[in-house]
Ligand binder design. Structure first.
Ligand code: NAP
Length: 292
């Protein structure tokens, strides 16, 4: 029996653990891979206060070392199911854990286009985060794939740095009106509708994208913003409230299920950043402390 089980050792989960431990609340983290989550795939982080430039791997290691030094256990296991009777039961491949609170911090996996070259060009022209990697494309031409809020948010960010930003939308824009209006005001954002990327041209790094209508665009960077897939299959037994597949929380990070919290990229919110995940973790932990 532990007071709180945190599922996922990304920045949100680890910061929740830090705050819980310092508040004297018994907690463990269960992580199926290595601590760090999506951060581990980022070559250079330049927007996390306190570090001018740090790799995702190094930041993840610093965070997990701090957690381990505080005596918090990060258990390597895969959560299969969470159930509730008088307490939560977190069922894993190797063990089960009973607890009063669960914090879901399992993040989301950026959706991939699934075209040839995409995977090998990550860090060499292909990115899933403009705020993380945009600065490497200063003064260059880039494209953004997708027509939702994320794609237009990425395009606006990139338009301040890059020479030209093509937004490639497979059908129509589905983003909110305010974002569409902002994008329209930028001379260097070019929206191309009803087309998709069919091919990438590259040697060591990306040089061109070929579109389904035959056009080819010379770009150094392609930012894929076609949504993500949040990970919480293990909550199937709960009637959990979601929007677009993301867990809805209140401002204490609690879901519609009492005692079940969600932090970071798995929850529905506007800004999916390391710093906002860390913030969510602190809020969830402090809310649990207040609830005790
Ligand atoms: P989203 O709303 O699901 O939009 C995904 C976009 O990618 C759509 O244009 C979709 O096209 C396109 N797409 C999906 N699969 C594709 C594929 N294989 N090839 C090409 N295009 C593809 O995802 P999101 O923009 O990441 O937003 C996720 C959630 O976060 C939303 O609820 C959003 O409101 C929220 N969010 C809010 C803000 C903000 O308010 N500032 C910023 C970011 C995110 P189709 O329409 O044709 O399917």
């Amino acid at each position: 029996m532990t007071r709180c089980v945190i599922i996922g050792a990304g920045p949100g989960g680890m910061n929740a653990a830090l705050y819980l431990k310092r508040a004297g609340i018994d907690t463990i983290i269960i992580e199926k891979e290595v601590p760090g989550g999506e951060m581990l795939k980022t070559n250079a982080i330049e927007n996390y206060l306190g570090f001018e430039n740090i790799s995702g791997g190094d930041l993840a290691l610093k965070m997990s070392n701090q957690i381990k030094d505080l005596g918090i256990k990060i258990i390597r296991d895969k959560v299969i199911k969470v159930t509730f009777s008088d307490k939560f039961k977190v069922e894993c491949l190797n063990s089960n854990y009973d607890c009063d609170y669960v914090i879901v911090a399992t993040g989301r996996v950026p959706r991939k286009l699934g075209i040839k070259g995409e995977a090998e060009l990550i860090g060499k022209g292909v990115s899933y985060c403009a705020v993380c990697d945009g600065a490497f494309y200063r003064g260059k031409d880039v494209c953004v794939i997708g027509g939702g809020d994320s794609a237009l948010t990425e395009a606006l960010y990139l338009s301040d740095l890059c020479s030209k930003v093509y937004v490639i939308v497979r059908r129509e824009l589905s983003a909110s009106e305010d974002l569409k209006i902002k994008v329209k005001k930028r001379d260097n954002i070019i929206i191309l509708k009803n087309v998709s990327v069919s091919e990438l041209e590259y040697e060591n790094s990306l040089s061109k994208v070929i579109l389904s209508d035959g056009q080819s665009l010379a770009v150094d960077g392609m930012f894929v913003a076609i949504g993500g897939t949040p990970n919480f299959d293990f909550l199937d037994g709960f009637d959990i409230k979601t929007i677009n597949g993301y867990i809805v929380t209140n401002d204490k990070m609690e879901s519609n299920i009492k005692g079940l919290y969600a932090v970071g990229d798995v929850r529905y919110k506007d800004y999916y950043q390391i710093i906002t995940a860390v913030c969510d973790g602190a809020v969830a932990a402090l809310s649990i402390k207040e609830d005790l």
